[in-house]
Design a protein around this ligand. Sequence first.
Ligand code: B4P
Length: 195
Amino acid sequence: MRMLNIILFGPPGAGKGTQSKKLIEKYHLTHLSTGDIFRHNIKENTPLGVLAKSYMDQGVLVPDSVTIDMLKQEVEKAKGDTSGFIFDGFPRTENQAQALDEFLGQQGMSIGVLLSLEVEEEELKSRLKERALTSGRPDDADPLVIEKRIGVYKNETLPVKNYYASQDKYTPIQGIGSIEEVFHRLCNALDAVTV
Ligand code: B4P
């Protein structure tokens, strides 16, 4: 069976989590969100959660050494039982991207496409401010932490775009519009990959 492996990419608040939920339903893929896995561990108060929280609350990335091993374990757990993965919020550094490519290659898999949700900074800030009202997430609550996360995205995460552009896998998607409109754009882009 052919696997479809997608990276859903974008700055904090671009809608990666929101759209992943809709995409997995339509395409029957396995959703791997490193942010969700970290938050689950924080809730359960595991050693990984305690470590991740110390970084996430400051708006900085959890170290690659921790994140990459965690992600590999999740792929191993699910790979016999899925038609593909949506990687949501991973890779977030070029180092993570290289590790993912190498790891998937060892399993006879590869990334099909990186879908990049493109949203301007002012809109990101306003969405995260709004989400803070209900999310209970410490990294949404403080405008300085939000600034930090956007800065980290520009400095550490943006190179991931070029990394996949050089493999002809980077596909920009306009991320402003209603959730349904953005979903429709993502589906059109994905259907063009799968035919
Ligand atoms: P993540 O959990 O990945 O989350 P995010 O970037 O904050 O948000 P996302 O883009 O998923 O936004 P959402 O759909 O919710 O990361 C959190 C932290 O975890 C990172 O800062 C880092 O510390 C750590 N981490 C995670 N992965 C890591 C990695 N690989 N390496 C190292 N550290 C890592 O949307 C946001 C809001 O906008 C929601 O309220 C939503 O309702 C709204 N919204 C969505 N689409 C909209 C639309 N079209 N119009 C209007 N509003 C919309």
